[in-house]
Design a protein around this ligand. Structure first.
Ligand code: BTN
Length: 276
């Protein structure tokens, strides 16, 4: 591992591999009780209770995926929505670089706001960020799941998935991605505020939703004191703002959303009026 002169210590500061665990996010939370320092990485060959967003299971078969959790320092509240964005960019770049190195192939990984990673129009992985309150110092536990040589087939009709082997014919070992991902995230989090323009530009190049007609269920609106609409909102995705909020154009108004579940709609027959 190379050291960067800007770094006062190696990144990641500590890497823990475990053969089997319930969930690397839970392992990281438990280990934080003993050592609260940021930039520790925990990865497993297998998870028995892998967790996805919205309480979903994350199928985590032995040696078939990347199951990684990184302990990150807390950031200002206004910048918090950038964490999954920065993580998505960092993971995408680490995988693309690795594939290029092994096979000289170019792939283009896309990001579906807020937390999904896509390859060739199929879900390749996801990010689950959780905050651990540790006295006055909070930590963000950033969980990353990537399908390397297997993907679940059961959800084919709802949300088609894929894996790196299927799409590229290349086998990546999960351990090879840990250091590059941590280093990429570290780069963006150092002076995060100043790097926002760069982050937005980078995200837009990978934006899976851009100019697509979408529906956001349980949207949380930024401009209305975190108003949560019971109804969904439909519109055209217009990228993200400098704080990582989704820009959604509906009836000529651009709304900024800080959370919600996004699905693609077939055609913009009628853009439903939002309930705010
Ligand atoms: C999603 O798309 O729903 C997010 C999936 C996140 C899965 C990862 S695997 C490593 C970490 N440990 C977990 O239990 N979940 C995350």
């Amino acid at each position: 591992m190379k050291t960067n002169p800007l770094k006062l210590y190696r990144i990641p500061r500590k890497v823990v591999w475990i053969c089997t665990t319930t969930s690397t996010n839970d392992l990281a939370k438990y280990e934080l009780l003993k050592d609260p320092r940021p930039w520790q990485a925990f990865f497993a060959s297998e998870q028995t209770k892998g967790r996805g967003r919205k309480g979903n299971n994350w199928i985590s078969l032995k040696n078939k995926g990347l199951f990684l959790s990184i302990v990150l320092p807390d950031v200002n509240k206004e910048l918090q929505n950038l964490i999954p964005i920065v993580t998505g960019i960092s993971v995408s770049k680490a995988i693309e670089d690795r594939i290029k190195k092994i096979s000289n192939k170019d792939i283009n990984i896309k990001l579906k706001w807020p937390n999904d990673i896509y390859l060739n129009n199929r879900k390749l992985g996801g990010i689950l960020c959780e905050t651990r309150y540790h006295g006055l110092i909070n930590r963000i536990i950033c969980g990353i799941g990537i399908n390397l040589t297997y993907h679940p087939k059961e959800i084919e009709h709802i949300n088609p998935a894929t894996d790196i082997l299927t799409e590229t014919g290349v086998v990546i070992n999960s351990g090879e991605l840990v250091n590059p991902i941590c280093n990429n995230i570290w780069f963006y989090l150092l002076n995060l505020k100043e790097k926002r323009t760069d982050i937005v530009t980078n995200f837009l190049k990978r934006d899976f939703l851009y100019n697509k007609y979408i529906e956001v269920i349980s949207p949380v609106f930024m401009d209305t004191q975190n108003y949560i609409s019971k109804d969904g909102i439909r519109g055209i995705a217009k990228g993200i703002d400098k704080n990582g909020a989704l820009m959604l154009e509906s009836y000529g108004i651009v709304y900024r959303l800080i959370s919600g579940t996004v699905s693609l709609l077939k055609e913009p027959k009628k853009v439903l009026r939002s309930s705010i």
